[in-house]
Design a protein around this ligand. Structure first.
Ligand SMILES: CC(C)(COP(=O)(O)OP(=O)(O)OC[C@H]1O[C@@H](n2cnc3c(N)ncnc32)[C@H](O)[C@@H]1OP(=O)(O)O)[C@@H](O)C(=O)NCCC(=O)NCCS
Length: 186
């Protein structure tokens, strides 16, 4: 699957629209397996910097092999800005006969310095458009720590509804966190 989408995001919050230097070119694209290290670096940064946002851990994914990253990369969409990957979202099509109609979203992350410029929205929009293109898919599902307020707000804005709460689902540094289960029908 080839995806490439370029758009201009605002570089600074509240910057005047007439200021051409305030704009940031953002490209949303897939990467081929030769770029597995870009994927690894960004994902490990996410797991380290926002560990309570994800079910997986830095320590676990640190040990994944080159082959593992190459196998995973076709499911990942990247946001590029300033010549580097700054954001990531993973969407996985279920293969089993009874759940082929569901897509799962994971690993949603934008580097701290690039947040609140619309990049997360671009990633989510593109992932949704790709899943919609597969006519057999009717539902997208994800889980999110309710303390990740920007993520929850963004999912809600895109029409995801909370359908449940998994209590004490994550244990990070000795503290339990709930996970909301959110779904969106296409
Ligand atoms: C969740 C996450 C990916 C969102 O990324 P992002 O690039 O900041 O998302 P966006 O910029 O599209 O939207 C975030 C907010 O910025 C606002 N925003 C977007 N462009 C803006 C602009 N030019 N000026 C001002 N605000 C802007 C959006 O409206 C949104 O705010 P709102 O929800 O109050 O409406 C990011 O916060 C992140 O990586 N969080 C840590 C990891 C995480 O929680 N992942 C979710 C796992 S389930």
């Amino acid at each position: 699957m080839k995806i490439k989408k370029t758009r201009t995001a605002r570089r600074e919050r509240n910057s005047p629209p007439q200021d051409v230097f305030s704009h940031l070119e953002v490209e949303i694209k897939k990467l081929d397996e030769d770029h597995w290290q870009d994927y690894r670096n960004l994902r490990l940064e996410a797991l380290q910097g926002a560990s309570v946002a994800f079910g997986s851990s830095y320590e676990e994914e640190m040990t994944l092999s080159e082959a593992d990253w190459k196998k995973r990369i076709p499911n990942a969409l990247f946001a590029f800005a300033d010549g580097k990957p700054v954001g990531l979202i993973v969407f996985v099509f279920n293969r089993r006969a009874k759940t082929r109609h569901i897509v799962d979203i994971f690993s949603f992350y934008v580097k701290t310095a690039y947040r609140r410029k619309g990049i997360g929205q671009m990633l989510l929009e593109t992932a949704l458009a790709e899943t919609k293109a597969q006519k057999h898919v009717i539902k997208i599902r994800l889980s999110v720590n309710p303390e990740q307020k920007d993520a929850v707000r963004l999912y809600s804005k895109f029409g995801f509804k909370t359908v449940g709460c998994l209590e004490k689902e994550l244990l990070v540094d000795g503290r339990f966190y709930d996970e909301l289960v959110m779904e969106k029908y296409l």
